[in-house]
Design a protein around this ligand. Structure first.
Ligand code: PRP
Length: 210
């Protein structure tokens, strides 16, 4: 597993406003979208491409295009849905799968309540979207679903992560082709399993319902 912390000043600036408890839901949603577009730029550095010949108004040249099959992007519902538009803005020609996961607030274990993925992901490049990587339980389970369906290569995009969550991902995917792109690596988890300093509960802040 590889970790990439995208600590670009624009990302850190937007993330600071996102963390602020005074930021409204409306502003939170548009900041998430902007941040994901920036993180997706980093996360798609290894997107599969092929070259092809084209004619400009002046001369022949070699261009580059994404190869078939197009990548699959999987937002982890609920909070990951807030990241989908930002990703699609940058990479419109993808397919979208869905995983609904909820972390049990007492046990901190992930529970899956929805799954809509193509049956066979063999040879597909996959991107998973979830703003928070806390204990790592949800993301590990989500990526396991993708590998079980045949994926060989998964990139997760998270806005903030804890060192504990990253460690859990490293243990789970030591020998797998997994990349995690994060906007910030925070200090750790508190006794309730929340990322510190973090940004609170991203799902609640995006959609306003507990
Ligand atoms: C949050 C977050 C992740 C998960 C992270 O979702 O969006 O999916 O918790 O925690 P973990 O790394 O310890 O598994 P939550 O369960 O609050 O659901 P929601 O997206 O519906 O708000």
């Amino acid at each position: 597993m590889r970790l990439h912390v995208a600590d670009h000043p624009l990302i850190t600036h937007k993330l600071s406003v996102l963390r602020d408890e005074r930021t409204s839901s409306q502003q939170f949603r548009s900041l998430v979208e902007e941040l994901v577009t920036l993180l997706s730029y980093e996360a798609t550095r290894d997107v599969r491409t092929e070259s092809y010949e084209l004619q400009t108004p002046v001369a022949k040249t070699t261009g580059l295009r994404m190869t078939d099959p197009v990548p699959l992007v999987v937002p982890i519902i609920r909070a990951g849905l807030g990241m989908l538009d930002g990703f699609l803005k940058l990479v419109p020609n993808v397919e979208v799968g869905f995983l609904g996961m909820r972390r049990n607030e007492e046990t901190l274990q992930p529970e899956t309540y929805a799954k809509r993925l193509p049956e066979n992901l063999a040879n597909r490049q996959c991107f998973a979207l979830d703003p928070m990587l806390a204990t790592g339980g949800s993301l590990v389970a989500a990526i396991d679903f993708l590998f079980d369906a045949g994926a060989v290569d998964v990139t997760a995009i998270c806005i903030v992560a804890s060192p504990e969550g990253i460690e859990r991902m490293r243990e789970a995917f030591a020998d797998r082709n997994v990349t995690v792109v994060v906007g910030a690596l925070d200090e750790g988890l508190n006794e309730d399993g929340f990322i510190v300093p973090g940004l609170g509960d991203a799902g609640d802040r995006l959609y306003g319902v507990a």
